[in-house]
Design a protein around this ligand. Structure first.
Ligand SMILES: CC(C)(COP(=O)(O)OP(=O)(O)OC[C@H]1O[C@@H](n2cnc3c(N)ncnc32)[C@H](O)[C@@H]1OP(=O)(O)O)[C@@H](O)C(=O)NCCC(=O)NCCS
Length: 173
């Protein structure tokens, strides 16, 4: 991801696995009104609920992977994967408002999928996007996702899917 990032006049963007000490950082990004607006639930979460959820997620890397999106030493977003079943993972991403619209999300989604296909033996990754979130639909499409057949992503919420690219994937560890 770093090479693409540098070419667009922004700092180098990296993905860092979140640890137990990152609960507050993730909480603040998750509850930012900009993130809440595009979340599936449409509501902020309470600290106690988040703390329980976060501790559970970071303790189970076989089923959940949480990454901080970092740029110039600052955490500007969160990328998350969850195993849904043996063949499918879910993806969720949110960036801070000041970081959106510069191509970072597209690069992060692409790099994150490459990572998860190396770590997990899933065949596809799915994203749920709420109605009206065109920027998200465009970012996922550019990162290799396609709307599930029959979906009309520009007008109604939808699921977008990216399947394992066998040529680039390699064997999962
Ligand atoms: C969705 C998100 C991850 C996308 O990342 P991003 O860095 O903002 O996206 P990009 O800069 O890579 O741009 C994606 C595309 O959307 C377009 N876009 C930007 N703003 C837009 C807008 N307001 N409406 C429609 N399209 C828009 C961009 O032009 C780009 O397409 P193009 O390159 O073909 O022109 C990021 O915007 C985000 O975190 N948003 C808030 C939370 C969220 O929606 N998460 C996803 C939930 S499924």
């Amino acid at each position: 991801m770093s090479a693409g990032a540098a070419g667009r006049g922004r700092g180098e963007v990296t993905l860092v696995a979140a640890g137990a000490g990152d609960a507050r950082t993730v909480y603040e990004l998750r509850n930012d009104p900009f993130t809440v607006r595009y979340s599936g639930s449409g509501r902020p979460v309470a600290w106690e609920e988040h703390a329980r959820w976060f501790a559970d997620r970071v303790a189970r890397p076989a089923d959940h992977r949480l990454y901080l999106v970092r740029c110039n030493g600052e955490t500007i977003g969160v990328l998350r994967f969850e195993r849904r079943d043996a063949r499918t993972a879910g993806i969720s991403i949110y960036l801070a408002e000041q970081a959106v619209g510069r191509g970072i999300g597209t690069d992060v989604i692409r790099a994150g999928c490459d990572l998860i296909f190396r770590h997990w033996s899933v065949g596809s990754v799915e994203a749920e996007v709420i109605a009206g979130n065109e920027r998200s639909v465009r970012a996922f499409r550019k990162a290799g996702f396609s709307p599930r057949s029959g979906a009309a992503p520009e007008t109604s919420g939808c699921t977008l899917v990216r399947t394992r690219d066998e040529a680039a994937g390699g064997e999962p560890s």
